[in-house]
Design a protein. Structure first.
Ligand code: SPV
Ligand code: MG
Length: 291
């Protein structure tokens, strides 16, 4: 049996900073693995977008888990699962952790929003945070449910997103570590990384931080390494944005050109899709077993 939590922990120890790419499908996971990422982010935002829905708890745990299992079946990279609020209260978290660990997840991120959550990145998003004690109960529930002690429980505070300021974010992060969190994900929706960098400098606790530079793309790996205590960067929505950019462009050109006569040379040949689909293995099986 593989131990995805151990694989992720070892990778963090070896590199000092892991790069985790958002995925919404096994295909995008394969592409992330081939590109050289250390792990996969089973993003709620990306999966919601894949269904054409906003990221506000419309996607069920079952839908998210089904996709995560499909991803785990096609990639050997450790998966960091975005389980949003944990699908309810601390009891729902117990159920979620059991299911996600069985599905082969290396780590979960649970955020201190109230269910149903609303995407963090909307400028006018409604953000209601749980009381600290209630969220501590969810973190404790997650930690006591995991069977593999290397399975990582990452607590995410939305205090900066909710406009509660750095002192509240620090207070919450300390409380979540006290409850057992292995890492703290600190997020912001400001356009500049200043808020995140200030938090990271003020965070003197040895528990490492996770950042998601979606709104503040200038926060690159070299800037993150300078902070010293950030051990994971999650590229939160780059897969789905890249896919949308490519498909919008391609579909518009086909309509404008009245056919595919011009565009076909600008996209991968179908053989590349065969390769990603594992058609080579099917050919071997055919020659062995089909009579
Ligand atoms: C996600 O990718 O679902 C995230 C990151 O949670 S963000 O959308 O930036 O909140
Ligand atoms: Mg999310």
């Amino acid at each position: 049996m593989s131990h995805p939590g151990k694989i992720l922990r070892d990778r963090i120890a070896q590199t000092g900073l892991v790069h985790i790419m958002a995925t919404h499908s096994p295909l995008s996971a394969l592409l992330a693995e081939e590109a050289g990422f250390d792990g996969l982010w089973a993003s709620g935002f990306e999966l919601s977008a894949l269904y054409g829905l906003p990221d506000m708890s419309f996607i069920s745990m079952t839908q998210h888990l089904d996709m995560l299992r499909a991803i785990a079946g096609r990639s050997s990279l450790p998966i960091v699962a975005d389980i949003d609020t944990g699908y309810g209260n601390a009891i729902n978290v117990v159920h979620a952790i059991t299911e996600y660990e069985r599905a082969g997840t290396a780590a979960v991120v649970i955020e201190d929003n109230r269910f149903p959550k609303v995407t963090s990145l909307a400028s006018d998003g409604r953000q209601g945070l749980l009381d600290i004690e209630e969220f501590q109960g969810k973190i404790e529930a997650a930690c006591s449910t995991r069977e593999d002690p290397d399975f990582l429980v990452i607590a995410r505070t939305e205090a900066l997103i909710a406009g509660l300021g750095e002192a509240e974010a620090l207070k919450r992060a300390h409380a979540y570590v006290e409850a057992g969190a292995d890492m703290i994900l600190i997020h912001s929706k400001q356009k500049s990384p200043a808020e995140i960098e200030s938090f990271a400098r003020a965070w003197t606790h040895p528990t490492p931080l996770v950042v998601v530079p979606n709104a503040y793309p200038e926060l690159d790996a070299s800037r993150v390494r300078e902070l010293g205590n950030v051990k994971m960067m999650i590229y939160g929505n780059y897969g789905v944005r890249a896919a949308v950019t490519a498909m919008q462009n391609m579909f518009q050109r086909i309509i404008a050109d009245g056919g595919v006569q011009n565009v076909h040379k600008d996209i991968v040949p179908v053989e590349e899709i065969f390769r990603l689909q594992g058609m080579g293995a099917v050919k071997d099986l055919e020659s062995r077993f089909l009579r």
